[in-house]
Write a new protein. Structure first.
Length: 366
């Protein structure tokens, strides 16, 4: 199991002059600017469809989801698919289509009832996958990068911090493979209560993020990142108070605020201006999107059902694991020939002539 980390991103670097504890100058290179996101990073997301036939054809697009892995002692991990409840369950877009290493796609034909959620609480749905190794998926989002803080503005994160999300731009869907799209923005507010539209009417905490979105991006993972050299504080102080890099899963994108844009008509005569004015609007989408904090994903991952599944799976793995290999140990009676025989058997090498072996032994003693 390999999970994404800060080091999978590629940043430009800038030199900063530093001093050692004795006052000697040295140069430290720090990351700065907007990252380049490697192609393998994009395949942490999958696309969702209503049927296996739609997934094969790449039509009737739904939303987005992403792969998460929880760690285990054997390194294999527990694998899950994450998306919005309103996509995978209410909308029926439950079939997963993911990219493979050879440039094709692979389909997991799930049903809406294969997705677990907490009724009436969060717009988060989770499907256990139990993928076996080796598998085509190169990277998972590990729970170790989930950002848990969601209540206050802290030194860890705050408004203005950079974010990006990986999701589905439905206008470029095609048959051969998924083509995830990136959108970049900034945190606008810390989590505040926001009511989702009909029919679920969920009212919970969500980040407001200044980032454009549209249908198809629902269920996308939203990441927060920071470098030592990319902040207002860095421009004002050296070193910055929040020194060091930061990379976390901020949460899951569920929607954006609508915006009514009025249509203004130019009046031609004074008589028309005295009459009743009819206001006409075009409803569009604002640049403000909503992100459910990553901690709410962990609420579903740690439900009783999944805890029991993980306990059962880990017991099964331990039972089926081969016993640890043991190396034969030569007896300590001074019989070096017996030890040599065991060593030759391990190395599958023929014995040396007796006289040569003695000569070698004498040479070593000298």
């Amino acid at each position: 199991m390999q999970s994404v980390s800060y080091h999978d991103l590629e940043f430009e670097q800038t030199p900063v002059e530093k001093l050692t504890s004795l006052g000697s100058p040295y140069t430290k290179w720090i990351d700065t600017g907007m990252p380049v996101v490697p192609a393998k990073f994009l395949d942490t997301v999958f696309f969702l469809y209503k049927s296996e036939s739609d997934a094969k054809a790449g039509k009737n697009a739904g939303g987005t989801g992403f792969f998460v892995a929880l760690p285990t002692d054997d390194g294999l991990g527990h694998h899950y698919g994450i998306s919005n409840w309103h996509v995978a369950v209410r909308g029926g877009f439950s079939v997963i289509r993911m990219n493979t290493a050879n440039g094709g796609t692979e389909i997991i034909p799930l049903q809406p009832d294969d997705w677990e959620f907490i009724p009436g609480k969060d717009d988060v749905a989770v499907a256990p996958l139990s993928l076996r190794e080796p598998h085509q998926i190169a990277l998972f989002i590990g729970s170790n990068v989930f950002h848990a803080e969601e209540k206050m503005i802290t030194p860890a994160i705050g408004p203005g911090d950079d974010v990006f999300m990986i999701g589905r731009f439905v206008d470029i869907d095609h048959t051969e493979s998924n083509v995830p799209a990136l959108r970049f923005g900034n945190i606008s507010t810390v989590p505040i209560p926001i009511t989702q539209p009909t029919p679920n009417k969920y009212r919970g905490l969500s980040y407001c993020v200044d980032m454009h979105s549209r249908s198809g991006f629902s269920g996308s993972p939203v990441f927060i990142y920071r470098t030592s050299g990319h902040s207002i504080e860095f421009a004002l102080t050296n070193p910055p108070p929040r020194a060091g890099s930061l990379f976390n899963l901020l949460g899951i994108h569920w929607g954006q605020f609508p915006e009514e844009m009025p249509i203004k008509k130019k009046k031609k005569t004074m008589a028309e201006s005295k009459g009743a004015v009819i206001h006409e609007y075009v409803e569009g989408l604002s640049g403000m999107t909503c992100v459910i904090p990553a901690a709410r994903i962990m609420d579903v991952l740690n439900c009783k059902k999944f805890l029991k599944q993980r306990e059962t799976e880990e017991a099964r793995r331990k039972k089926s694991a081969p016993p640890p290999a043991t190396e034969p140990i030569a007896e300590s009676s001074g019989n070096t020939e017996a030890g040599d025989a065991i060593l030759r058997q391990m190395l599958n090498t023929p014995p040396e002539p007796h006289s040569k072996a003695k000569a070698t032994t004498k040479a070593k003693k000298r």
